[in-house]
Every structure is written in structure tokens, then in C-alpha cells.
Design a protein around this ligand. Structure first.
Ligand SMILES: C[S@@+](CC[C@H](N)C(=O)[O-])C[C@H]1O[C@@H](n2cnc3c(N)ncnc32)[C@H](O)[C@@H]1O
Length: 293
């Protein structure tokens, strides 16, 4: 097939080039149909009939270019978002990690929530781990490194304060054990808050293999849910390589439900439970460049 013809056929190309040329904004790594939807959404919001006309406005108007980039950032999240993944975490993965660390007699559990939005995912894991450790009278230490691109969302995450509506998936016993109520809002208790460290980190950063806040990777578990699906296959692979490199041998990866096939296609991970997006790193996988990862 003629690759040049293909390139000309991509209806997003003109918009991508204009954002790069006129504003220095690189959106080339987003997934094609997602990018298309955002172009249409912004075009309609700006009251413009054709993409060509919208591209002219985009080239001349910095504020519209910024609005466009804001629309590419999907930050929706929920506590205990994928119930099946969280059931596996609660019943199998976290108890297994506690047991393994206790047997080793040293080192704590290390977890990375990559693309944590405003904290719902890492706090959900911390709530489960606290409960399991309390129930079993275990003294295994753990640390959750939670990262995102967006500083305003990280600020909300650090505050650990949520409305009743945001906590609709949280079980009553977790609400009473892990939060304190202040008026209409609920705040995570200090015993949980001290276990999670939030920092800004770009998963497409080419200079680092894991968040500098974690010092070295060696994660027993990485959660990266509802992030990969917004990126094109090349960027997906770059992110997956990073997650794979950050994991300790045989560590666990959890993605969003609709990202299962992306991980399966990339290789490097074994889908342990075929209908749930929970994977285990294959030890010493050799990638296309011949490097162990
Ligand atoms: C749809 S939210 C998902 C939040 C959470 N993981 C969940 O499943 O509920 C996607 C998050 O990924 C973050 N994100 C997207 N691209 C990223 C990147 N390159 N590096 C770090 N975070 C990124 C966004 O800022 C957003 O907060």
C-alpha cells in the first residue's frame, strides 16, 4: 500500500500540523478517532461548519488552540472504578503481595498508580491494603507512588477530600474506617494519606524509566487505567515499555477494561484472567530491539 496516500488520507493531519507549526503544540501521538472526535467537538462548540474553516481559526487563535488541548485531557475517574479488577486486587493480588513480603522478611510493597487523575485509584488501593493489613495484624510496609500530568488534579488528589457523590462506589465500612466527615465532604484519614505520594510525571517522558519520586522502579504492582486508549499505537508501546521496565520481575499490571487488547498485542505481559485487564509481567522478555525488559 502507498504510505504517502495513507498519510494524505488522514483527516487529522492538517489540524495536527497547524497546532505544531502555529503554536508548538504536539498532538501527533493521540489516537486517530479520539483526535477526530475532539476536532469535531471543538469545531461545533466554536460554531464553525467545516474542519478547513476550523483549522484557519485554530492557526490564528492561541486561546482556541489551548481549549483544543484541554479537550484532549480526559480526567474522569472513580473510586473502585473497575469492580472486577478491584475484587481481584482485594482477594488475590494484595494478599499475595503481603504474604510474599512477609515471607521475604524485608522490603515493603511498592505500587505505582500511573495517570492517577485526582487520586481515586491510588486511594482505593490504599483503602484495601490498610484494611487487609489491619485484619491480618500485619506490619508489612507499603508505599504508593501516584503520578499524573495535571498539577491541578494532583492538588485535589493530595488534599484527599471528596463529596458524597464522588464516593458513591465506596463501601460504607470503608467510608467509616478510612475517612472522616467534615460537613458535606469526606477526608481521608492521616494513616492512609501518609502512604501515598503524589507527583507530576509524563508517561511519554523519554529521559526516565520511572517517576523520579520513586527513586528506582521495582514496583510490585502498576495501575495504568484509561490512559493508553487515548494514544496512538507507537505512544502506547512507549508507555507500556516504561511500565514493564518499572515493574519488579513478575510484577502485576492493571489497565482499563477497554485497554486489554492493547496490552495483549504489545506482548511482555501475561493476561492472567482472560476477561479482566489484569496482567503479570513475563520475566526477562526480550523486546524487538533485543533488550531485556
Ligand atoms: C481518564 S483519566 C483515568 C484516571 C484513572 N487512572 C482511572 O482509571 O480512573 C486519565 C488520566 O491520565 C492522565 N494522563 C494522560 N496522559 C498522560 C501522560 N502522558 N502522563 C501522565 N499522565 C497522563 C490524565 O491527566 C488523566 O488524569
Amino acid at each position: 500500500m502507498n504510505s504517502r496516500k495513507n498519510k494524505n488520507n488522514n483527516p487529522n493531519d492538517a489540524t495536527v500540523q497547524i497546532l505544531g507549526r502555529a503554536h508548538g503544540l504536539d498532538v501527533s501521538f493521540y489516537e486517530e478517532s479520539f483526535l477526530r472526535k475532539v476536532i469535531d467537538k471543538r469545531r461545533v462548540a466554536a460554531g464553525i461548519r467545516t474542519v478547513d474553516d476550523y483549522n484557519v481559526v485554530l492557526a490564528e487563535n492561541r486561546s482556541e488552540a489551548e481549549k483544543f488541548c484541554d479537550s484532549l485531557r480526559i480526567i474522569y475517574s472513580e473510586f473502585f472504578r473497575n469492580p472486577l479488577s478491584f475484587a481481584l486486587l482485594e482477594q488475590l493480588i494484595l494478599p499475595g503481595l503481603i504474604k510474599a513480603k512477609r515471607a521475604a522478611g524485608q522490603g515493603g510493597i511498592r505500587i505505582w498508580s500511573a495517570g492517577c487523575a485526582s487520586g481515586q485509584e491510588p486511594w482505593s488501593v490504599a483503602i484495601l491494603l490498610n484494611e487487609l493489613l489491619r485484619k491480618g495484624h500485619e506490619l508489612v510496609p507499603y508505599r504508593i507512588f501516584a503520578t499524573d500530568l495535571s498539577e491541578p488534579d494532583l492538588e485535589k488528589a493530595r488534599a484527599g477530600v471528596y463529596s458524597a457523590d464522588e464516593l458513591k462506589n465506596v463501601r460504607l465500612r470503608h467510608l467509616t474506617d478510612s475517612f472522616t466527615r467534615t460537613g458535606e465532604c469526606w477526608t481521608l484519614l492521616p494513616g492512609i494519606r501518609e502512604r501515598v505520594q503524589f507527583s507530576q510525571y509524563d508517561l511519554l517522558d523519554a529521559d526516565t524509566v520511572c517517576p523520579p519520586s520513586s527513586i528506582y522502579g521495582g514496583f510490585d504492582l502498576v495501575l495504568c487505567s484509561n490512559v493508553l486508549l487515548y494514544y496512538n499505537p507507537e505512544a502506547q508501546l512507549r508507555i507500556l515499555d516504561k511500565l514493564c521496565a518499572g515493574l519488579a520481575g513478575g510484577g502485576w499490571l492493571i489497565t482499563g477494561e477497554s485497554e486489554r487488547q492493547i496490552v495483549e498485542r504489545a506482548g511482555g505481559f501475561r493476561n492472567v484472567f482472560p476477561s479482566i485487564p489484569v496482567f503479570q509481567q513475563r520475566k526477562f522478555i526480550v523486546n524487538a530491539a533485543g533488550k531485556k525488559r
